[in-house]
Design a protein around this ligand. Structure first.
Ligand code: SF4
Length: 383
């Protein structure tokens, strides 16, 4: 009998994907590898070069456990494996485009207020484009041609560093934003899909075991526990969320049943353990991250400097780029509302309203300096 299904587990180093890993191992315990058909399940984790080293160590720990427990392993995927994504060919395209565009004047209309509503009406097909444009008297921003020395400096920098997250930001000429979250897609989803695509193209169906729970956010709650995607080859891709109705406590509990430790970042005050730091980090977590990982802060500061040199706006202005987008931290209104990592950390150490240093925060910092950092998990792991 030919097998037509390949199961995949996505491992992020967080508690939810770890819970799914445990569920898959439990299924093997009950029914053997045959429970997954003729093909043993595969496990994928993406390393985008912006992960916290503790998370990478934790994935290595899970890999070791999985090998010993059922003889399977976790495959590490990277955007660097995908042709044309962050490789020399992608940078060659970017260099050619930058040479062409930066040497010319750039005009951009900043549509505002009622004009934005008319544009939305045109996009929705309720008015004609000419009608929208005729009523537009919005300001036109004119960016003069970029001086040759800045173009030459950007061209020299535009070569792969081998770090997917940084390379992706350099290719975009900016860091991702909350509405343009290309980091997840380009450094995680596409590299994982790159491993699945040949199977789907060959007509093999794929079942993705995903660690998403409804109570994480209203957006997640709207997702179905089982979702079907059809590929042109006729193959099916099933997105299966086996812990959809679970609480965070349930997710921690299954790992404990298997004697597995949790990602140590949870006991350091982090509620999420992905990138270091995520562009959508919370104020409190930003403060903890900066306190615990000064070397990571230095790395992000250097990335902000590098990305600023290949971004038209910041290269001309001579200002750093900002990893954190405007909705995450209040920034400088003169700089599109963005704040550099140092300004964002300064803000994270202020009390409500972002103005005064809180006495409690001051005490927390002194405690950390004098006695080391204390355990303060948001999940009640530390008693
Ligand atoms: S964890 Fe945050 S920064 Fe990292 S890929 Fe996801 S959204 Fe982007």
């Amino acid at each position: 009998m030919t097998c037509t299904v390949q199961h995949f587990g996505s491992i992020s180093g967080g508690k939810d994907s770890q819970a799914v890993l445990c569920k898959m191992v439990e299924r093997i315990d009950r029914k053997g590898l045959e429970a997954f058909g003729n093909l043993a399940p595969r496990f994928l984790a993406a390393d985008n070069g912006h992960e916290n080293p503790i998370t990478l160590d934790h994935i290595a720990y899970l890999d070791d456990w999985l090998r010993k427990r059922v003889g399977l392993h976790i495959e590490i995927v990277s955007a660097n494996d995908v042709p044309g994504l962050t490789d020399e060919a992608a940078f060659a395209r970017k260099r050619a485009m930058l040479r062409e565009e930066w040497s010319k004047e750039k005009r951009r209309t900043r549509h505002k207020g009622a004009c934005n509503s008319r544009r939305a009406a045109w996009r929705a097909g309720t008015i004609m484009k000419a009608e929208w444009i005729a009523g537009c008297d919005c300001p036109v921003l004119v960016s003069p041609p970029v001086p040759d020395n800045l173009i030459e400096r950007a061209l020299e920098l535009l070569h792969p560093t081998g770090i997917p997250f940084l390379d992706m930001a350099m290719l975009h000429g900016r860091f991702p934003g909350t509405k343009t979250r290309f980091c997840t897609e380009q450094t995680k989803l596409i590299p994982m899909m790159h491993r699945k695509r040949p199977l789907l193209d060959a007509g093999l169906s794929v079942i993705d075991w995903i660690g998403e729970r409804a109570d994480e956010s209203p957006a997640r709650a709207k997702k179905p526990p089982i979702q079907l995607v059809r590929h042109p080859s006729g193959a099916r891709q099933v997105l299966y969320r086996p812990i959809f109705r679970w609480s965070a406590a349930d997710a921690f509990a299954i790992s404990e049943r298997h004697g597995l430790r949790h990602n140590p970042l949870y006991t350091m005050g982090m509620s999420r353990v992905g990138c270091s730091t995520c562009i959508m980090v919370r104020k409190r977590e930003l403060r903890m991250w900066a306190m615990r990982f000064p070397a990571e802060v230095d790395r992000v500061r250097e990335w902000e400097r590098l990305v600023s040199l290949v971004s038209r706006r910041t290269a001309i202005a001579g200002t750093p780029a900002s990893l954190l987008p405007a909705p995450t931290v209040p920034g400088d209104p003169a700089d599109h509302g963005r704040a550099t990592i140092d300004k964002a950390i300064e803000w994270s150490r202020t009390g409500r309203g972002g103005r005064n240093y809180d006495l409690f925060l001051d005490l927390e910092q002194r405690e950390a300096d004098e006695h080391g950092l204390f355990c303060d998990s948001e999940y009640g792991l530390c008693e």
